[in-house]
Design a protein around this ligand. Structure first.
Ligand code: UDP
Length: 310
């Protein structure tokens, strides 16, 4: 099997590269290193089954030889990153998805789109099920990411319905673990970084907004299973254990023993979703999948990683 992974030098992408290599695939990692880094894949460089192609998938791509799977994971994905790169974010969700689908179609390969819980925007139903259409502000600061991913889902379904491409769509909820960028601006790297440095823990708003955090190995397992079933409609993957941002801050302060960090409160960013939790009934039924890594274990592993790179 030959598998192309766009965004393969990113956080989730690099874990997928590892997993598919372990499953005996040849892996072609395509990444322009906008938010990904060679450090995430350096340990794979000597593997004869791994190839890195530095390329922006928003430009057409040519891959020699057969391809069995195209996994499209390229995109800035943290709010800070997509606010800093709104146009590349819109392009990779639209032009990049078009190019990745074109590759899959030309090679008669299976295609898997990394979509997102941002499809649901600031959700009015809770927890979020796949048949909820969402509450997205197209012209707000998050619009560049949310609408790019909504377009990406639409074009993926069109390639499936019109061209008969075998497609999969995974809606990924907040995921964490080793290889997140310490400065990617997301809540967990921020809090751990702040706690390690003894700096103030920055809660945006009152901290009563919720998120549900999934450890990366659980997510990768779900994605691998999704590729091996016949289902073209979106599937949520995430950990349904929901906590407030305030609770998260307390847990990180307790985890980083001896930290002198105290909580400070900043303004809540515009359109910040108030609640987020996946309904994973579909993944449970379709894939026999459940998250298995408790956040007490996952947070500790992530802390160890951040300590090792600080
Ligand atoms: N957040 C926070 N402090 C930070 C970073 C983020 O309170 O230093 C909040 C943010 O406002 C949001 C939640 O944590 O409500 C998760 O933010 P993140 O950027 O990780 O991703 P999101 O789930 O919003 O895409």
């Amino acid at each position: 099997m030959r598998t192309v992974i766009t965004g393969g030098a990113g956080f989730i992408g690099s874990h997928l590269c590892e997993r598919f290599l372990a499953e005996g695939h040849e892996v072609i990692c395509v990444d322009n290193l906008l938010t990904g880094t060679r450090r995430n894949i350096n340990h794979l460089a000597d593997n004869a089954h791994f190839r890195f192609l530095e390329h922006n998938i928003s430009e057409p791509v040519e891959i020699d030889g057969p391809v069995d799977n195209v996994l499209h994971f390229a995109s800035p994905a943290s709010p800070v990153d997509y606010l800093a790169h709104p146009i590349p974010t819109l392009k990779v969700g639209s032009l990049g998805t078009h190019n990745a689908l074109g590759l899959a179609k030309a090679k008669n390969a299976q295609f898997l789109l990394a979509s997102t819980s941002e499809i649901y925007g600031d959700p009015e139903i809770h927890p979020q099920r796949e048949d909820y259409w969402g509450n997205v502000n197209p012209i707000g600061p998050r619009g560049c990411y949310d609408e790019a991913k909504r377009f990406a889902e639409a074009i993926t379904m069109a390639y499936h319905r019109f061209h008969g491409v075998r497609t999969r769509i995974v809606r990924i909820f907040n995921t964490y673990g080793p290889r997140m960028r310490l400065n990617d601006g997301r809540v967990l790297p921020n809090f751990i970084n702040q706690a390690l440095r003894g700096e103030p823990i920055t809660i945006y708003g009152k901290g009563d907004q919720t998120r549900s955090f999934c450890y990366v190995s659980d997510l990768v397992e779900g994605i691998y299973r999704l590729l091996n079933v016949d289902h073209s409609l979106p599937v949520n993957l995430g950990n349904p254990t929901e906590i407030t941002v305030h609770q998260l801050a307390l847990e990180i302060i307790a985890l980083v023993e001896g930290t002198k960090s105290k909580i400070v409160y900043h303004d809540l960013p515009e359109d910040d979703p108030k609640r987020r939790r996946p309904d994973i009934t579909k993944a449970q039924t379709l894939l026999g999948w459940n998250p298995t890594v408790d956040r007490s274990v996952g947070f500790r592993r992530t802390l160890e990683y951040f300590r090792s790179v600080l």
